[in-house]
Design a protein around this ligand. Structure first.
Ligand code: A3P
Length: 292
């Protein structure tokens, strides 16, 4: 089955063969079909539902594993423990099937705030956890993920070109600054938790406890120790359940899961230009990132 087939005339091909769709004015991957996006927008969420959200390459899979472990809601594999409604790729569930899912239902999304699953997040009954990562690591991780791989955008450009596209908001999921700041603005809403990849990396236990508290979970100490011990990069990679075998080979999907890998990609001039853009776009918002 050609998963990109629905409304094929919507599909656009940009420079270096990069395939995309414009959805509500944003650049989206080919697999965000109007039908799936519509279902994700319209879904009636419940107070027990948990939606984890991010810009791609920000630690989504890591967060999904943490939520699955904390809630004890494991399916046959990690990628089959949650539902990714907006994507036609991994769309095993129709609306009827969703109704019979065990609680809490877990949803993944990569949408900016105004395109969120279930309508307007701060007015929705469910809980949202957003994870953000410093944009230099996001951009380089995304390049590693997309370049010369045939699973999404079919992109065959070089790093310089990719960086420019990222800065111009022309990669899938659109402008990083808009995406992150759109959720950041609502970070204090009762049903929204805003996390940073770097904090999760550096203060894993404290962040785990923050997530558990937000979800209203009372996890025994020993179980918390166990979870903390099983969510490291190599632990995830070497665990059948979390190795994302049903999706891709771990090493093609992920690099090293470190802070600061961007340094292997950015030239000094590129870094200076990026810093200037960052200052301009992020400055007044009060958001802060750890870059190394
Ligand atoms: P790198 O490319 O820097 O390695 P997403 O799941 O949103 O696609 O994000 C992917 C990024 O999260 C990858 O970054 C990946 O290595 C990192 N990641 C995945 N599991 C992780 C873990 N257990 N600890 C730290 N980082 C992890």
């Amino acid at each position: 089955e050609d998963l990109h087939a629905e409304v094929p005339e919507d599909l656009q091909i940009g420079e270096h063969g990069y395939k995309y769709r414009i959805v509500d004015g944003r650049v989206m991957p080919p697999y965000i079909t109007p039908r799936c996006y519509g279902l994700s927008r319209r879904i009636e969420t419940r107070p027990t539902d948990i939606c984890f959200v991010s810009y791609p390459k920000s630690g989504t899979t890591w967060l999904s594993y943490i939520i699955v472990l904390l809630t004890g809601n494991a399916g046959p594999s990690l990628e089959r423990s949650f539902c990714w409604l907006e994507s036609s790729w991994t769309h095993p569930i129709n609306e009827d099937e969703l109704g019979s899912d065990p609680k809490p239902r877990l949803f993944k999304s990569h949408m900016p705030y105004d395109m969120a699953l279930g309508g307007v997040p701060h007015q929705s009954p469910c809980k949202y956890i957003y994870i953000a990562r410093n944009p230099k690591d996001v951009c380089s991780s995304y390049y590693y993920f997309e370049s010369n791989k045939s699973w999404s955008g079919f992109y065959d450009g070089g790093w310089d070109h990719w960086l420019q596209m990222f800065q111009d908001g022309k990669v899938h999921r659109g402008d990083w600054f808009h995406h992150v700041l759109s959720w950041w603005e609502y970070r204090d809403a009762d049903n929204i938790l805003f996390l940073h990849y770097e904090h999760l990396k550096r203060n894993t236990r404290a962040e785990l406890e923050k997530i558990a508290k937000f979800l209203g979970l009372d996890i025994p100490l020993e179980r918390m120790d166990e979870i903390e011990g099983s969510i490291g990069f190599s632990a995830m990679k070497n665990t059948e359940f979390s190795a994302m075998k049903g999706v891709k080979e771990f090493g093609k999907f992920f690099r090293k899961g470190e802070i600061g890998s961007w340094k292997e990609y950015f030239t000094v001039a590129q870094n200076d230009r990026f810093d200037a853009l960052y200052q301009q776009r992020v400055d007044s918002s009060g958001i802060d990132f750890i870059f190394e």
